[in-house]
Every structure is written in C-alpha cells, then in structure tokens.
Design a protein around this ligand. Structure first.
Ligand SMILES: Cc1cc2nc3c(=O)[nH]c(=O)nc-3n(C[C@H](O)[C@H](O)[C@H](O)COP(=O)(O)OP(=O)(O)OC[C@H]3O[C@@H](n4cnc5c(N)ncnc54)[C@H](O)[C@@H]3O)c2cc1C
Ligand code: FES
Length: 280
C-alpha cells in the first residue's frame, strides 16, 4: 500500500540502520522509517521502488531490494553514479534522509504463485530481483520450481556474494552464475555471457514465468533466447529503467511510447511492450 500523504511529494524521514559495502561503488543501505505509524503502513511488492531524497542533492528512484516478508526495514542497493548517490555514500549508520513511495507496478507475484519461476539478473539488476527471490524463498511452498541465473562482468563484481553462497546449499533452488571474464582463473562456475547459462539449465518453457532485470543489452539477447525456447511472450516480464523525476506519473520524463515507466511499470510483460520496439 502506498503511503498517502496529502501532498503526493511529501517526504517521510528515515534513518540508516546499517551500511554494508558490496563491490566497488555499490553499497547496501538498510533504512528504517522514523514514524512508527508510517512504518506499519509501508507495504511494498517486489519490483517497486522508492524515491530517495537528500536535501541539497536531490532525489533518485531506487529499487527496494528487501522482500515484503521482511519489512521491518527497507533495503536498497546503490551504485555511486551521480549527485544523489554521491551524497548518499557520504552518510553512515544513524544518518537521516527522506523517502517517498513505494511506487510503480512490481512483479505480479499473485500470478506467479503455484508456477515455475526463472529469474535472470545482470549486474545491479539483481537488486529488484533479490526482493522477488527472497520473497519466493520465504514463501517457498507457494511456488513451483525456482531458478536463478545471475551474470556479472567478473568475479569481483558479484553482488550479495555471501548471501548467494548461502543459497548453494538449497536443494529447492536451481542457481546458475556466470561471469563474462575471469582473468585470474578463480571462477568455478560458467565463464561467458549470461545467455550461455541456458544450455546448463533445466527449464520447461510452457509453464515457466521468466523475469528479467539487467543492462539493456542483456534484455535483447535473453528475450531472443527465451522466445526461441518457446516461452510465451505473456510469460516474460522485464523491469525497465528510465530517467525519472516525479515518480508518480505527472512529469512525463519516463515515457516509453504511450506508457510511463514510473506508474505503468517499471515491470512490464513482453506482451505489453509489443507495440513499443524501442522499449528494449
Ligand atoms: C525504477 C528504477 C529503479 C532503480 N533502481 C536503482 C537501484 O536499485 N540502485 C541504483 O543504484 N540505481 C537505481 N536506479 C538508477 C538511479 O535512479 C539513477 O542512476 C539515478 O540517476 C542516480 O541518481 P544520481 O543523482 O546519483 O545520479 P545523476 O546525477 O542523475 O547521474 C546519473 C548518471 O548520469 C550521468 N550524468 C549526470 N549528469 C550528467 C551530465 N550533465 N552529463 C552527462 N552525464 C551526466 C552520471 O555520470 C551518472 O552516470 C533505478 C532507476 C529506476 C528508474
Ligand atoms: S517520472 Fe514523472 S511521469 Fe514518470
């Protein structure tokens, strides 16, 4: 449920509880809303985002990477890229910032229940998919087969490394990881682009929903592969990233054809994008 302040741009104060360095220029921030009532009301679904705001530095949309099943805190995984994220990286435990949201249309988790699920993540695209993955693992008996494919550029760019290592013991998750290159020869799994993992996975195209998030180039190749394997277009979901300002469907900055990424998305089925070829 979206918090409903009188002013849609009203900000909610939050405190940083923890900062966990991930890889270079990527950190996990664990936030807690300051107001108890607002905290109780804050409900999100995997795939949704918040606008993070720091006075003097502006705002930026950031995916919620924690699952709704663990909503005492809100986790975000951030890459230092520009003004807002630079300012965020100056903050530590106990610092305060502001957020608004959650916004956007997340993954259709109710539709996924009882179904097989394939999650394909590239780089920081793991952030929104981690929310869905942990949700499905927390409610494991509500889903059929679960498969995670995660590709990064090199072994030192794997996000949530220890958490992912912990998943290796699970027999109820098929996990496949790839790195594009392994100059030091230390990677024990697949070396090559993420689409190479399809040759190693056991998947049944007709009754599996595929969910993708990663760099734009990944979508084209992964979607092509999924369609070749026989995945129906309406079973393929992508989470898209566009420049955003308001986050609530007012400014038009995030338009993709006749859709707004912030309110119609960021999650779309391939079906919905069929008439917007520039979307992918
Ligand atoms: C739905 C959604 C979810 C997202 N989730 C995440 C997430 O989970 N984690 C995350 O880290 N990011 C996420 N992003 C991306 C994030 O919102 C953007 O990277 C955002 O721009 C960061 O804000 P900033 O102020 O730090 O960077 P900006 O100042 O906006 O800069 C962003 C990029 O643009 C470049 N740039 C800025 N100004 C100029 C200029 N004048 N000329 C040329 N280049 C310029 C910067 O070098 C940088 O690469 C998400 C975006 C969307 C839409
Ligand atoms: S960001 Fe303003 S309409 Fe989407």
């Amino acid at each position: 449920m979206v918090m409903e302040p009188q002013n849609i741009y009203s900000l909610c104060p939050a405190t940083i509880l923890r900062v966990l360095p991930q890889i270079q220029d990527h950190r996990l921030f664990q936030l807690q809303l300051d107001d108890e009532e607002t905290r109780q009301q804050f409900k999100h679904s995997p795939g949704q985002f918040i606008e993070v705001s720091i006075f003097g530095a502006g705002e930026a949309p950031i995916s919620i990477t924690s699952p709704p099943t663990r909503n005492a805190t809100i986790e975000i995984c951030v890459r230092r890229s520009g003004k807002l994220t630079q300012a965020l990286f100056q903050l530590g435990k106990g610092s305060r910032l502001h957020i608004r949201g959650p916004y956007g249309r997340g993954f259709p988790v109710e539709l996924f229940k009882g179904k097989k699920l394939l999650l394909v993540a590239g780089g920081l695209g793991l952030a929104p998919l981690r929310s869905l993955l942990l949700y499905a693992l927390d409610k494991r008996d509500e889903f059929d087969d679960l498969t995670l494919m995660y590709g990064t550029s090199s072994p030192d760019t794997v996000l949530f490394k220890y958490e992912l290592l912990g998943l290796m013991d699970r027999s109820d998750l098929q996990y496949l990881y790839s790195v594009d290159r392994d100059d030091e020869g230390i990677w024990k799994q697949y070396v090559g682009v993420v689409t190479g993992l399809f040759d190693r996975a056991s998947l049944s195209a007709q009754d599996t929903y595929a969910v993708l998030c990663g760099p734009p180039v990944m979508y084209r190749f992964v979607v092509e592969r999924l369609l070749t394997l026989g995945f129906p277009r309406q079973h393929i979901y992508v989470s898209l990233e566009r420049m955003m300002k308001c986050g609530v469907g007012k400014c038009g900055h995030c338009a993709i054809g006749d859709k707004y990424c912030c309110t119609d998305g960021p999650v779309f089925s391939l079906d919905e994008l069929e008439h917007i070829p520039e979307a992918l």
